[in-house]
Write a protein that binds this ligand. Structure first.
Ligand code: SF4
Length: 374
């Protein structure tokens, strides 16, 4: 019997030690617990009775409020939550903004935001593509090799999902991470009000994911980057294998679009993006054609940051970028009735206004003519 009790105590101590809601340094600092006291034991045995919380993310008082049966039995709220509450889907109420502030301060490199009701969930730092300008690989985003702990997005973020409108799943490529399927499934089943947007290169958009996405009505944003395998290999891919990758992505997308079409759900078709550089700028018109043939909901063009000084007011590479921007504005005007076209310059570019004026002044006949070639 004594052994059983000892085992139980060990089990509880371990559960709290591993809990996402236990923050020892915060506890010691907040409640002035000296170094000679075991803070974990203090919380488990007496701290909770004094109204102390295990971290700013878990309020014992609010847990009791939501679960009066736990309060009446006088059980430590976090012990109850970890041992039974998770399984029983008991509510722990937290202030969403406080929670996000906590994460943002603790993990600033993850660039968490809650602007306009969107939360950005960085599911993985892995990607199976080899884009030569990948921000993750060269570390420009300051967050390479960092991703969120699945426990955060599967458990901790639940109160946040209830309150936001949109969840952006990003990476790396979320589809290469095995936890993504469970996350997408959970969001679809338990938070049907959410718009979920997934950023991907399309390579792992297999049958299983296609079925789930079309069921849950999620939108995917696919980095396609070229209108054909040759341009893709030459302008996007580092090393060999780009053509095969491009073909597989096309195959996946065609199947996905056909599935959506068969269910009369093309309004949930993917959006496509292209990063423009010196090796593919002439491909922007054909890229738009490809996006249209794949029933794209929108097209986004980006200028490659590795080839342009993003702090400049004028293009670093004007021979290419100036006519390209003009072409994008023409594409936008011509396709305005069919598809949303956006382009990102990253910074306000002084040339943009002049170029826009030139495009606005073109006649329809001039526009049509300009669309035939770059
Ligand atoms: S698809 Fe995106 S994350 Fe993957 S290598 Fe290309 S730029 Fe990087």
């Amino acid at each position: 019997m004594k052994n059983d009790d000892e085992e139980m105590v060990k089990y509880i101590v371990n559960a709290i030690r591993c809990s996402l809601f236990w923050d020892e340094s915060w506890y010691k600092k907040t409640y002035n617990i000296s170094d000679d006291i075991n803070a974990l034991n203090h919380y488990i045995v007496e701290g909770y009775k004094m109204g102390y919380d295990p971290s700013p993310l878990f309020s014992g008082e609010k847990y009791y409020e939501n679960n009066p049966d736990v309060k009446s039995e006088g059980i430590n709220p976090l012990v109850h939550y970890e041992l039974f509450g998770v399984e029983e889907n008991r509510k722990y109420k937290v202030d969403t903004h406080e929670m996000l502030e906590f994460f943002k301060n603790k993990y600033p490199h993850l660039r968490m935001k809650l602007d306009g009701g969107i939360i950005r969930v960085r599911v993985t730092d892995k990607c199976n593509a080899k884009c030569r300008y990948c921000g993750l690989r060269v570390g420009v985003l300051g967050e390479c090799h960092e991703h969120m702990n699945p426990d955060w997005y599967m458990r901790l973020f639940r109160p946040i999902y209830e309150k936001v409108d949109q969840v952006l799943l990003t990476g790396g490529d979320p589809f290469v991470c095995k936890e993504s399927y469970s996350l997408m499934e959970m969001l679809g089943k338990e938070y049907p009000h959410l718009n979920v947007l997934v950023e991907t290169n399309g390579m792992m958009l297999n049958e299983k994911y296609r079925a789930l996405l079309s069921e849950c009505l999620y939108t995917i944003h696919v980095s396609l980057n070229a209108s054909n395998r040759k341009v893709f290999q030459e302008s996007c891919w580092e090393g060999d294998g780009g053509e095969v990758f491009f073909d597989k992505v096309q195959e996946n997308l065609k199947k996905y679009v056909a599935l959506l079409e068969s269910r009369d759900m093309l309004c949930f078709a993917p959006g496509y993006s292209m990063v423009i550089n010196k090796d593919n700028y002439y491909d922007v018109i054909d890229f738009a054609k490809l996006a249209l043939s794949l029933k794209g909901k929108y097209i986004t063009y980006y200028f490659d940051y590795t080839e342009n000084d993003m702090l400049a007011s004028y293009f670093t590479n004007p021979e290419i970028m100036r006519p390209t921007l003009k072409k994008l504005m023409e594409i936008e005007r011509v396709l305005a009735r069919y598809i949303l076209v956006t382009f990102r310059l990253w910074i306000p570019n002084k040339e943009a206004e002049t170029i826009q004026k030139e495009v606005d002044e073109e006649t329809d006949a001039e526009l049509q003519k300009n669309m035939r070639t770059f």
